[in-house]
Design a protein around this ligand. Structure first.
Ligand SMILES: *Cc1c(COP(=O)(O)O)cnc(C)c1O
Length: 429
């Protein structure tokens, strides 16, 4: 067999020999971790297949429906596939759910009533939820509907403040929201096991408190999901992990029948619930994306670990550190200067299959406090299961890096980010 000359190919694609060598050195040490990720993907692949077999998925389920969408068997079967995969009683999986924030807002607004209190026992939630909750005043927030909010921060070592949580729970506490992934915060991402312990603690105080997990970026990273350890609802976006890069939009809520029914009646209308909502042709992508999601998530996770290891070896602070066990697909890297943040994003953009020629610029984004720079050359606009990087323009100029539909693309993107740093004057030695 003839030698495959990757070095030359990378050179042709804009990666210098020096940058490639740095990358390959780091990769040599990651073999055993990558093998474990492959095993998790294998396990989760079977989990999805088993749910598809049980529900007898067939070609008729891929048909488009229009109008009201009554009797949409494809849509309803997909929801059972999600429910069976995540081991929940019920699921709502819809293209009408526009994004993760929308899914979370639905789950909260549908299950809370005026006078109820919402508690976050894991600190400040994701930026966009501040307006959903009304932490920052916003039109239509839960606060405007008389739902109050309490928060207990994590302890300095990242563990749960059990005393604080016990003290915060009162007779009005109706729902506890637990964010699995760190999002734009610098706290650690929670493992499913940790989330399970927290849920058990909350339920030991009052069994009827609804425990909801913001599952964004966490799906299929482990062999279990928070719903396996007592979560009443898990909520996420289809342009992240479970959409497998194919879902063109959408969100899901999986959980108890009672919670999911509440959400369905909020998504559409009281009296209508889940019976309406045409799939408008999204079913093939939803099914196939879910089928691919375990592999796609594995590729993205390898990318995150590679980025952590590479940048840590260059002296940057990375969150989580290269050796930390990983519970989501996000990697944060403190780049310390706005110039490096922009160069990193330029590299991710330049490596993209789509819009590779454009230069990302910082911009004010709806739902976010600071200006944000985003690099994404994605097939699905804004899909962050595709290789993407973003970061708010504030010290320490942390870039949040995620995605990669294939590991090879993730690898190339990370190498290109370093190449752009080097081109901007960063020294490798
Ligand atoms: C992405 C994300 C959200 C919000 O999802 P959008 O689709 O951007 O609205 C919420 N929580 C976490 C942890 C996320 O990562």
């Amino acid at each position: 067999m003839s030698e495959i000359c990757l070095t030359e190919m990378y050179r042709d694609c804009g990666i210098s020999d020096e940058v490639l060598r740095r990358g390959e050195e780091v990769l040599k040490k990651l073999e055993s971790r990558f093998a474990r990720i492959d095993q998790i993907a294998e396990y989760n692949q079977l989990k999805v297949l088993k749910a598809m077999h049980k529900n007898r998925v067939d070609a008729t389920h891929f048909a488009a429906t229009t109008g009201y969408g009554y009797n949409d068997d494809g849509r309803d079967t997909l929801e059972r596939v999600y429910a069976d995969t995540f081991h929940t009683e019920d699921a709502l999986v819809r293209s009408q759910i526009t994004c993760g924030t929308h899914a979370l807002n639905l789950a909260l607004a549908a299950n809370l009533r005026p006078g109820d209190e919402l508690l976050s026992p894991v600190g400040k939630p994701y930026d966009t939820l501040e307006e959903v909750i009304g932490i920052r005043p916003s039109m239509g927030s839960l606060a405007e509907y008389g739902v109050t909010y309490a928060q207990v921060d994590l302890l300095p070592d990242g563990s749960f403040d059990y005393d604080g949580i016990r003290a915060a729970i009162n007779e009005r506490t109706k729902l506890v929201t637990i964010q699995r992934s760190k999002g734009y915060a610098s706290r650690p991402t929670l493992s499913v096991e940790q989330i399970g312990e927290l849920i058990a603690f909350v339920k030991s105080i009052r069994k009827d408190i609804i425990c909801m997990v913001d599952n964004c970026y966490g799906e299929f990273v482990e062999t279990i999901e928070p719903s396996d350890l007592g979560a009443d609802m898990i909520v996420g976006s289809l342009i992240k992990n479970p959409g497998g890069g194919l879902a063109p939009a959408g969100g899901y809520i999986c959980g108890t029948h009672e919670c999911v029914e509440q959400v369905a009646h909020r998504l559409t209308s009281p009296g209508l619930g889940r019976e309406v909502g045409a799939n408008l042709g999204t079913n093939p992508a939803f099914y196939q994306g879910f089928f691919l999601a375990p592999t796609v998530t594995a590729g993205a996770e390898k990318g995150a670990i590679f980025a952590a290891s590479l940048y840590e070896s260059l002296g940057f602070r990375v969150h989580p550190t290269a050796d930390t066990p990983r519970y989501d697909i996000i990697q944060a890297i403190d780049l310390d200067t706005p110039e490096r943040l922009k160069a990193f994003c330029l590299g991710i953009q330049a490596a993209a299959p789509v819009d590779s020629y454009v230069t990302p610029e910082p911009w004010a984004m709806p739902g976010y406090d600071d200006e944000v720079i985003m690099a994404a050359g994605a097939f699905i606009q804004g899909a962050s299961i595709e290789l993407s990087a973003d970061g708010p323009l504030r010290p320490p100029y942390t870039v949040f890096f995620q995605g990669g539909i294939t590991w090879y693309h993730a690898k190339y993107g990370i190498l290109m980010s370093l190449q752009k740093l080097v081109d901007a004057g960063f020294s490798l030695c």
